[in-house]
Design a protein around this ligand. Structure first.
Ligand SMILES: O=C(O)c1ccc(O)c(O)c1
Ligand SMILES: [Mg+2]
Length: 645
């Protein structure tokens, strides 16, 4: 196995997550957290109070799962209180220290006071913490102070640190939380001034950038590092520079996560932490960082093939569609009911080898005909597999017959498989070795299609972040801005991911929030199958359109209104817009270039092909055309003569 990066010797990453981040009751939360690979858990007091078990029982449950309780939190409204509130705050704290003793954790979080009766003053707060430090020492516990971004007097970790510094007590330290620092745009480099041993724990969260009330933003929209827009990597680099080596604890307040799958959210969390620390370790080579050794993020060079599973009955329909698109059947698998169709650099595999125990067969029986697998070209497939599995992706393999190559593969998102291919003889040669050439059976002529421009995967809206994190942690991928596509049945959110640098892999993810949308219907009727369309690139859309027409290809018809509007919007020459209309070509333009699109009619439960031409540096996907495409697809989907409902 060739790991090209020098492996670094590292101690295990101490990963932790707050119970508040995960849905379910205590037993379900703890099981999911442990299963995902965390070594610790923060007990969020409310989760504990609402669960009917003693602190000792909770301690045992955590221990049974092999989880350390890294933190008990939050304790509110402590510092700077006038009497009699001050005395009561100390009494309350002492009660909680006793609970902590039974829970078996030695660290409590106190978040900065939000009470209107609290008094300001750094020295007053420092004196309170010094006194609390003595009490904590007697109970064998420590207290960390966290600046809430909306704290009444303290809302900045620099001020919290000044209080902790002046408290000058071995049992009092600071707690850093990336959300509170980054949401206020506080320079994380100010953390570098804090001694690592005075940072008692580090909480991590990301969030999408919204212009919103801080408290509301924090309590509802946090997400996993790498899922949002905050510079969590910069934050962690600064933390690493202090010499901090304690747990990294996710604290994600998110309504969607709390209502989601405990297992999926815990897995995303673990993946996000491992990915984050891998990124930080590469950026800070001189700091000893506890991150698992793995190859760097993988450049995805492009899609080498897309494989459909289908039945012998449905295959001819797909084959005919491919024929009109200008594909020729050029290969037949030596051992299996598998045909290869090619055009330009594009390979489409039709797999009807569906009896027996194959994944293709299982996929067909659940989802029907679908594009269940694709092959990604990378520089080193084995390396890519090592990285993917280090990030908790599941390796995929099937029994091979004699003479067949075991292609490295992982289970993808959406019930699919991602094969990893490179230029090694073993992998690059599979087409020649495993497929017998056949006399090309061509329905028509080549339509000048060159490569796969992108694939589009449809998912539930709730799963979009999971999928995004899957791709962007394993591969060197960047996110395009999210766009909303209006469908008459609801909203579809669309997020494109594309290779950084010279890679040519593009995937768009479309999150349907209900099953009335065209995307939602596809998802429901295919029982969660995901690849809804495949876009091929041409560099002469008009020549392609002529060839397609000669092949009997039926484009998705687009309304005349669209072209009238297009002409007005872009000031198009009538000849040009007539040419677009005659071939049902959709058009978009921005400062960077132009984009042309032709859609096929749909196949099965809403699958379709697209043909695109990019001119100049156009980098989008024609989002503004999507409603017209959806309207046209819906029109065709309605049985003839059915009134509009
Ligand atoms: O939203 C809050 O109140 C809250 C409580 C404890 C924390 O650690 C935090 O980051 C936020
Ligand atoms: Mg916090």
């Amino acid at each position: 196995m060739a790991i090209t990066d020098t492996p670094r010797l590292r101690t295990p990453l101490k990963t932790s997550i707050a119970t508040v981040s995960i849905s379910g009751e205590f037993p379900e939360k703890l099981a999911a957290i442990a299963k995902a690979g965390f070594s610790g858990v923060e007990i969020f007091e409310n989760d504990f109070l609402t669960y009917d078990a003693s602190p000792r029982e909770v301690a045992r449950m955590a221990a049974d799962h092999g989880l350390a309780i890294t933190l008990f939190q939050p304790f509110r409204d402590f510092e700077g209180m006038p009497e009699p509130h001050r005395s009561r705050a100390f009494e309350r704290a002492e009660r909680k220290f006793e609970v902590m003793g039974e829970l078996g954790t030695d660290l409590m979080l106190i978040c900065s006071n939000v009470s209107p009766v609290s008094l300001g003053g750094i020295d007053r707060a420092a004196a309170d913490f010094h006194a609390l430090g003595d009490l904590a020492r007697r109970h064998g516990v420590r207290v960390g102070y966290e600046a809430l971004a909306w704290g009444r007097h303290i809302n900045d970790h620099r001020d919290a640190w000044e209080i902790v510094r002046r408290a000058d007590h071995s049992h009092i330290g600071i707690i850093l939380d990336s959300f509170h620092t980054l949401s206020r745009k506080i320079d994380p480099n100010s953390i570098r001034a804090i001694p690592g041993d005075k940072i008692f724990i580090v909480q991590l969260a990301d969030a999408p950038l919204f212009d919103m009330d801080l408290l509301y933003w924090s309590r509802h929209f946090r997400n996993m590092p790498g899922e949002g827009d905050l510079p969590v990597i910069d934050f962690m680099r600064a933390v690493a520079a202090t010499g901090y080596t304690g747990p990294l604890s996710l604290e994600i307040f998110n309504d969607q996560f709390r209502g989601g799958s405990a297992k999926a959210i815990a897995e995303d969390g673990h993946r996000s932490l491992v990915n984050l620390m891998d990124r930080v370790a590469r950026l800070e080579p001189d700091i000893r960082i506890e991150a698992p050794a793995m190859p760097d993020r993988v450049v995805a060079r492009g899609i080498e093939f897309v494989e459909f599973t289908t039945s012998t009955e449905e295959k001819p329909v797909l084959e005919a569609l491919l024929g009109t698109l200008g594909f020729a059947r050029t290969g037949r698998h030596r051992n299996r009911d598998v045909d290869l169709f090619t055009q330009g650099d594009i390979r489409i595999v039709l797999n009807t080898d569906t009896d027996g125990e194959t994944f293709a067969g299982a996929s067909y029986s659940v989802h029907g005909t679908n594009a269940y697998a694709f092959g990604l070209k990378v520089d080193d497939a084995q390396n890519a597999l090592v990285r993917a599995t280090a990030l908790d992706a599941a390796a995929f393999s099937e029994p091979r017959k004699p003479g067949e190559t075991a292609v490295p593969a992982i289970r993808g998102v959406g019930h699919g498989v991602v094969y990893l291919l490179d230029d090694s003889e073993d992998l690059a040669g599979i087409w020649q070795r495993e497929f017998l050439p056949v006399d090309p059976t061509v329905a028509g002529q080549s339509a000048l299609l060159q490569h796969v421009d992108h694939i589009a995967q449809t998912t539930q809206y709730e799963e979009m972040l999971t999928w995004m994190l899957f791709y962007s942690s394993i591969f060197a991928i960047r996110r395009a801005p999210m766009v909303d596509v209006v469908d008459p049945g609801g909203l579809v959110r669309s997020q494109a991911l594309e290779s950084e640098g010279e890679g040519r892999f593009r995937v768009t993810m479309n999150g349907a929030d209900n099953r009335k949308t065209f995307a939602g219907k596809f998802l429901a009727e295919g029982f969660g199958t995901s690849i809804q369309h495949i876009a091929f690139a041409t560099d002469d859309i008009f020549a392609t359109a002529v060839r397609l027409a000669a092949n009997g290809f039926q484009a998705l018809p687009i309304s005349r209104n669209y072209y009238d509007d297009l002409e007005a919007r872009f000031g198009l020459e009538p000849d040009f817009s007539d040419a677009l209309r005659a071939a049902s070509i959709l058009y978009d333009r921005d400062e960077r270039g132009e984009y042309f699109q032709i859609y096929s009619r749909t196949f099965g439960e809403g699958f379709f092909f697209e043909i695109v031409e990019r001119r100049g540096d156009y980098a989008g996907y024609g989002a503004m055309n999507a409603p017209f495409r959806i309207a046209a697809q819906r029109r065709l989907a309605r049985p003839a003569g059915m009134p509009r409902r």
